[in-house]
Write a protein that binds this ligand. Structure first.
Ligand SMILES: Cc1cc2nc3c(=O)[nH]c(=O)nc-3n(C[C@H](O)[C@H](O)[C@H](O)COP(=O)(O)OP(=O)(O)OC[C@H]3O[C@@H](n4cnc5c(N)ncnc54)[C@H](O)[C@@H]3O)c2cc1C
Length: 344
């Protein structure tokens, strides 16, 4: 049995593991990252060209976290010479926009309530009913998802972090001086283990007696051709629907927490009924888009009952489960928080 020693072991190289590895790569601690597939794979939650970045939340906690995350994304961009967040501005429509406006106002973030009749001239890519009101927030945009993952891992490895790909951790065992992460014919021993294993986290944590109340669902997203790249758009309804620019594709759109509970190890199927609903919504909201989907794919949400994030420490094990379909935008901040929890 080969044993790999380090101060910290990170299980999972999705965006949260990559962001944490990048932060720890400056700490002077030694770090092993263990990933069951090749980084950038499409079986989990972090693949694809883009994710919505927004400040607009009904909760000041998330507005202020997004503000902090935006400055960290920008700092990462300056550090690497890569722009990882593209600002497009964004719309919120539907149920909770008043609460979002309140929270934005309390956090000093700018916004504008726009009447549907006034949208056409300024934003021809978007259609609202004349009597409808939507919230416009100028700092919204997209994070360049697979690019960010690649850049964070590259920076971490350049600074000495070791990545072990195609290596699945089967169990975690507490030891006298930390944790042992057991894989086939290999053990990773560290003073602390950070579990950023996305939809696979709960059963893995259970091997060390840690309970994580999450439910993985398989979500469907569709891609459409569009004449002019639009701002981001979130329609708060039941389920909520969102759309964003997708570099290389045009427009990406999907329903929020609308997919079936899933086992992340089982291959996924696109939900054709969801694709149909989304095409109809795109036809209604984006006059310049071709509502016939060019392609569709699945992606895993790891949902907590209240959609809040789980960032906590249990002895030598740190749990990082910040998803429920809205975690990506916070990745550099989550990386910082998980590193702080690990360093204690
Ligand atoms: C369709 C969809 C749309 C989304 N839209 C947005 C959005 O617009 N804005 C936003 O902010 N967020 C969005 N999100 C959420 C965001 O993408 C996720 O919160 C984020 O990607 C979660 O990253 P993660 O690193 O926790 O998970 P993952 O990327 O799944 O990473 C976990 C990694 O752990 C590895 N792993 C698991 N178990 C083991 C093991 N036993 N041994 C070794 N490796 C293991 C997996 O292979 C995987 O690579 C969306 C998510 C989806 C699915």
């Amino acid at each position: 049995m080969k044993v790999f020693e380090s101060d910290v072991v990170i299980v999972g190289a999705g965006i949260m593991g990559a962001a944490t590895a990048r932060t720890l790569s400056r700490s002077g601690l030694t770090v092993n990252v263990v990933e069951q597939f090749e980084p950038g794979h499409t079986n989990g939650s972090s693949h694809g060209t883009s994710r919505i970045f927004r400040l607009s939340y009904p909760d000041t906690l998330y507005v202020s976290m997004a503000q902090e995350a935006l400055s960290l994304w920008r700092a990462a961009g300056e550090e690497t010479g890569e722009s990882l967040v593209v600002t497009t501005g964004g719309f919120d429509a539907g149920e909770q926009i008043e609460a979002n406006a309140d929270a934005l106002g309390q956090c000093g973030a700018s916004f504008e309530m726009v009447k549907g009749a006034d949208v056409g001239d300024r934003w021809p890519q978007i259609r609202l009913a004349p009597d409808e009101t939507a919230l416009w927030q100028p700092d919204a945009g997209v994070t360049l998802a697979d690019r960010a993952l690649e850049v964070f891992l590259r920076v971490a490895m350049h600074a000495g972090v070791r990545l072990h790909s195609n290596t699945r951790v089967e169990s975690l065992e507490l030891s006298e001086d930390g944790v042992e992460a057991h894989a086939k014919e290999k053990t990773f021993h560290g003073g602390v283990a950070i579990v950023t294993s996305g939809g696979w986290s709960a059963p893995l944590l259970a091997t060390a007696g840690v309970t994580l109340d999450v439910k993985p669902t398989r979500e469907t997203v569709s891609y459409f051709a569009i004449q002019e790249s639009p701002p981001t758009f979130v329609e708060w309804s039941n389920p909520s629907i969102y759309a964003l620019p997708a570099p290389g594709f045009g427009l990406k759109a999907g329903e929020h927490i609308a997919g079936p509970t899933t086992d992340p190890d089982r291959p996924g199927e696109v939900n054709l009924e969801s694709v149909e609903r989304i095409s109809a919504w795109v036809a209604d909201r984006f006059p310049g888009a071709d509502p016939t989907p060019a392609s569709a794919e699945t992606c895993i949400y790891t949902n907590t009952p209240d959609e809040h994030f789980v960032l906590e420490r249990h002895g030598p094990i740190v749990v990082g489960s910040p998803c429920s379909g809205h975690g990506f935008k916070f990745a550099p901040l989550i990386g910082k928080r998980l590193a702080e929890l690990a360093i204690g």
